[in-house]
Design a protein around this ligand. Structure first.
Ligand SMILES: Nc1nc2c(ncn2[C@@H]2O[C@H](COP(=O)(O)OP(=O)(O)OP(=O)(O)O)[C@@H](O)[C@H]2O)c(=O)[nH]1
Length: 698
């Protein structure tokens, strides 16, 4: 079939945990004919939750991609869907998916409204400028209130919501919706899993409210559309349905408005209309015309038009190990086409790679295809060296797209294999798992020699250990969870390092003079500036110096924790025409960093978490008192519609281990909490003693 980009949609479904993402995706697969039966999360039969751990726990852990087709307005639309996890420990899955998607369906629970993780995914979508529609799910549940959720979205997410539907009935009695644009009612059939529905006239009692919201709709879109505005003032009845639809699409793509609809995925109501809404308002790859990047050779900006006739370019957004096909790299094609069996350039590594096979993904199943074109999402095998965020391109037209940024892991765990003979198996498992997951990091503690694995939270590490046991057959002993601190320089130092070795034959020589400084506030990693004049250090050695410093800052001078940031200004140096080589300069930089860093003043930074507790009012005093005792700072208190108090606080991670159990005790099991990384802050001095004591004990 010809790839008609106009009728392609690449979308993600994202929300707070349990809002119903997987349930909704399962309905989509059923109504689009991909599945002949509806899979349910609670039965462990959801297609998209294919991992054993997902089925057992009823949560999504890894984002799954699939493709389906939907007939809208007499055209077949091809929709690539990514179902993402809601739990904050797996936020990386949302981040990387949003980076390559053109649109998002933000799901909300009609009862719980905007929840902490809804805010996180919303911010992530803002960051990547992803147009979105909102689907207020669970309209059948007791306490459901569509208009209240709309108000919360406006207030808490600062969104310009555009209500497109009025619910018909509510809770147990939820039957369907009034479509404000067509002024028609859609009532779902209770039988046949909602596959059939009636389109009828608006129930008498909803005419007034429909007219009210139709007016609000026209007013809102006319703010962004002069033509609609002038017609609206002359005679609103003259504005046609098609004009309204194309105006909404334009403003949605420009991120000016967010269309809102509602339904109940579990009760099979509203999902077909959601698919129509995706086709109607979310952008096709050609609505977003181009992607910007940098040509690594000229270092100049370039663009790739989203078009199959342009040179090939794609972004790898996920690496997964599959037991049958091996290492699978998921990628989004921005321009050109790729045939299986051909070569591409990985512009990060500079290596040419042969793509032996290309697949269209359906959860964990691969359907082999020969060709993939601009606008599409697929997976491939054959890569020797590939990382999440790599740009893949035509070797004659190299380009590097903006990288995906990932948060640093904050919780660590010391592990060792249960059986000595498993050492190699363990290191293979760890390297495969960290290749898949950029927020899972493995390091050796420089003081204790232990292997420390670190991740986004306790659940994240629990799942990693579970996967090690099941997929790689390695059992491990583990220590208690520990905080992954960071170190920060507070002053700058100038240092000269001369690395010299005379061995009789060709020796080694490198001389560098550099300044080591704290990095820019809020920045991460190394900023490297080369100020060497007149070829005192030949150009070809500079990248080795930069690489060595980048590596060196992973081991801070105080306790070996990673430096939050640093700036290195290479000022001068000298070389020897025979003895100098890249390795000499690399070693001079590594040793130079250690020696310079020893002379700096370094402090410890500790991760601070954003904690949100939901509790009955009578337990609030106890919980707030406890938060204060744990060095927490209360940020605010609110009340939700069920009269529960919401306590928001910033609190050091080191005070939050086992918090779920503590909260249970404080509230007799009635309060719940969510936490999410906020920032790093200088730790009080007693933390230094704690760290040293721990390391000495080991
Ligand atoms: N009553 C009702 N329950 C729903 C609805 N949609 C989902 N659920 C239930 O809510 C629970 C969570 O649904 P999921 O689809 O797993 O939610 P999710 O957002 O994918 O969850 P995570 O992936 O773990 O973040 C399940 O028990 C569903 O059956 C709905 O429309 N009405």
């Amino acid at each position: 079939m010809k790839n008609n980009l106009k009728y392609t949609r690449n979308i993600g479904i994202a929300a707070h945990i349990d809002a119903g993402k997987t349930t909704t995706t399962e309905r989509i697969l059923f109504y689009t004919g991909i599945n002949h039966k509806i899979g349910e999360v609670h039965d462990g039969t959801a297609t998209m939750d294919w991992m054993k751990q997902e089925q057992e726990r009823g949560i999504t852990i890894t984002s799954a991609a699939t493709k389906c087709e939907w007939l809208y307005n007499n055209k077949i639309y091809k929709i690539n869907i990514i179902d993402t996890p809601g739990h904050v420990d797996f936020t990386v899955e949302v981040e990387r998916s949003l980076r390559v998607l053109d649109g998002m369906v933000a799901l909300f629970s009609a009862v719980d409204g905007v929840e902490p993780q809804s805010e996180t995914v919303w911010r992530q979508a803002d960051k990547y400028k992803v147009p979105r529609i909102g689907f207020v799910n669970k309209m059948d549940r007791q306490g459901a209130d569509f208009f209240n959720v709309c108000e919360q979205i406006k207030k808490n997410l600062n969104a310009n919501c555009l209500i497109l539907q009025i619910p018909i009935g509510i809770e147990n009695n939820f039957k369907g919706v009034v479509d404000i644009i067509s002024k028609k009612a859609i009532i779902w059939d209770e039988k046949n899993y909602g596959t059939s529905y009636k389109i009828t006239s608006i129930p008498e009692e909803l005419i007034k409210i429909t007219n009210k919201y139709r007016n609000i709709l026209l007013e809102t879109i006319s703010e962004y559309d002069d033509e609609i505005m002038s017609k609206y003032f002359k005679n609103p009845n003259e504005i046609s349905e098609n004009e309204i639809i194309s105006s909404i699409k334009k403003s949605t793509i420009n991120l000016d408005i967010v269309p809102l609809i509602c339904g109940s995925s579990f009760k099979n109501k509203g999902v077909q209309v959601m698919l129509d809404t995706i086709c109607r308002y979310l952008p096709s790859p050609i609505d977003i015309k181009e992607t910007k990047g940098i040509n690594p050779k000229t270092e100049k900006k370039e663009i790739r038009k989203h078009n199959s006739n342009e040179p090939f370019s794609a972004l790898a957004f996920k690496i997964a190990t599959d037991s049958f096909v091996g290492r699978l790299a998921f990628f989004r094609v921005y321009s050109g086409k790729l045939k299986s069996g051909t070569y591409i350039l990985n512009s990060r590594s500079g290596n040419k790679e042969r793509i032996s096979r290309i697949y269209q993904m359906h959860a964990n199943k691969q359907n082999p295809i020969n060709l993939i074109e601009a606008g599409d999402i697929g997976a491939a095998v054959g890569f020797k060296n590939i990382k999440t965020g790599d740009t893949l391109c035509d070797e004659n037209y190299p380009i590097i797209f903006e990288k995906i940024s990932f948060p640093d892991p904050v919780i660590g765990l010391a592990i060792e294999p249960k059986y000595k003979s498993d050492i190699e198996k363990m290191s293979l498992a760890l390297s495969k798992l960290s290749e898949e997951d950029p927020t899972f990091i493995v390091r050796n503690d420089k003081y204790t020699g232990q292997t420390i694995i670190s991740g986004m939270g306790e659940l994240h590490l629990e799942i990693i250990l579970d996967r090690m046991e099941r997929e790689f057959k390695v059992k491990v002993n583990k220590g208690n969870p520990q905080v992954e601190y960071k170190e920060a320089l507070t002053n700058s130092i100038e240092h000269r390092e001369i690395y010299k070795k005379q061995t009789g034959g060709r020796g080694k020589y490198a001389d560098i003079l550099f300044r080591l400084e704290p990095g820019k506030k809020g920045s991460q990693g190394l900023e490297f500036i080369n100020k060497v004049k007149g070829g005192n250090i030949p150009k070809e050695y500079i990248p080795s110096i930069e690489k060595a410093f980048k590596e060196a800052i992973k081991n801070g001078p105080l306790y070996g924790y990673e430096l939050e940031n640093a700036k290195v200004i290479l000022i001068d140096g000298s070389y020897h025409s025979v003895d100098s080589d890249q390795l000499s300069f690399e070693l001079a930089s590594k040793i130079g960093f250690k020696n310079a860093a020893k002379k700096t003043n370094t402090i410890i930074l500790e991760p601070i978490m954003k904690l949100e507790v939901l509790t009955p009012p009578e337990n609030m005093g106890n919980i707030v008192g406890d938060i204060n005792k744990r060095r927490g700072i209360i940020q605010g208190m609110e009340e939700n519609r069920s009269n529960l108090k919401i306590i928001k606080a910033l609190i050091p991670l080191s005070e939050l281990f086992g918090y779920v159990t503590i909260l249970r005790t404080l509230s007799s099991g009635r309060a719940t909490s969510t936490m999410e990384f906020y920032n790093y802050k200088p730790a009080p001095s007693n933390i230094y003693d704690k760290i040293i004591l721990k390391k000495l004990k080991k």
